[in-house]
Design a protein around this ligand. Sequence first.
Ligand SMILES: Cc1cc2nc3c(=O)[nH]c(=O)nc-3n(C[C@H](O)[C@H](O)[C@H](O)COP(=O)(O)OP(=O)(O)OC[C@H]3O[C@@H](n4cnc5c(N)ncnc54)[C@H](O)[C@@H]3O)c2cc1C
Length: 379
Amino acid sequence: VSFETVLSDEHRLFSKAVHHFLDREVAPHAEAADRTGDLPPGLVHRLGELGYLGLRYPEDVGGSGAGFVAVCLLMEEFYRVSAGMAAVAEIQCGLGTMPLFLAGTEEQKERYLRPALAGELLGAFALTEPDAGSDATSIATAARRAGSGWVLQGSKTYITNGSRADFLIVAARTGEAGAGGVSLFVVDRRLGEVPARRIETLGLRASDTSEVFLDDVQLPADALLGEEGSGFAILMRTLNEGRIMVGAESVGLATAALEAAVGYAKTRQQFGSPIGAFQSIRFRLADMATQVAASRLLVYRAAQNVDEGTITREEASMAKLFASEVASHVTKDALYIHGGFGYMMEAPLQRYFRDSVANEIVEGTSDMQRESIARSLGL
Ligand SMILES: Cc1cc2nc3c(=O)[nH]c(=O)nc-3n(C[C@H](O)[C@H](O)[C@H](O)COP(=O)(O)OP(=O)(O)OC[C@H]3O[C@@H](n4cnc5c(N)ncnc54)[C@H](O)[C@@H]3O)c2cc1C
């Protein structure tokens, strides 16, 4: 099955345009952004200007209506060039905006969603807490009513864009233990200070991964997003698409590493021949190429199903599980094929490897995806 047959002509043209943009405007900053942790100035605004942040959303909320396959193509290309910078955009295209699209009032959409899609405001999605990760239904951050508004008390951790964001979609407990007692709030940093601490990470270093402190944060009544107690249902739908995006990102990282390894195997000479002539290297590369092709098909089939409205939870989990584990193996094997050079910071292989490991953890670890797939088998 050729992957090319999965894409329409429009998708192909879009992917080429994204590739061209990233090559020209993002790739030159990739190494420095990884080293310093800083984004090139104006990056988010530029992505908004090009319409790349609103691909998933219809025009009436400020999107471009291109669809979810286009989001995945963007993420694949972006992760090939700079996973750290792409992670910032990933939140903006998905987790940080989807709850607003699914559950926001007209006013919330105008105040947060539209400017976020235009790249004028940066969003974050804050679910994980120091004591609640895989078991997200056990979050302890609480929102209590105070006058006509709310007061938030708790903390969130490992939040992408957590220090930089203008607004955060925060999950907090408003009712009984478990999923039914969780509600979502939009915490607007323009209304009051929300301190955060950026945490050093192994990879995705241009992305900001932060702990966020919610100490007596006063919120107006209209900060509640969706119905009280409906937070978990909104989060689950949001995360389903997020996992497919993680799959597409993993395809991008694996492809970058595979292409580098094939190039190196053709040029690096040992024992009087290119290392690509040795069967162990040839077969390793053949396996890597096959795994990347399989990932791509699984991810884009799931993406198409999102656009067609038929996506299931297990399809999203399978795409994320398979593609993220493939990316970790392929980036490590590509590093190995580069020998000592692969281990050097001046080669990009170490960055692909460091960046890919995150995708086995974010938006539900590999084993949590296995859990959900096993449940779909009736186990
Ligand atoms: C780079 C990065 C960015 C992130 N960005 C965000 C963000 O923007 N917003 C956000 O809310 N969160 C974010 N996270 C958090 C991420 O979603 C969590 O780290 C993830 O869900 C795992 O939770 P945990 O770290 O608490 O691990 P734990 O849940 O403590 O898991 C530890 C280990 O135990 C295993 N485990 C746990 N439960 C089970 C079980 N029932 N069966 C078998 N194994 C189990 C896990 O698979 C894992 O191997 C980010 C994380 C990273 C690394």
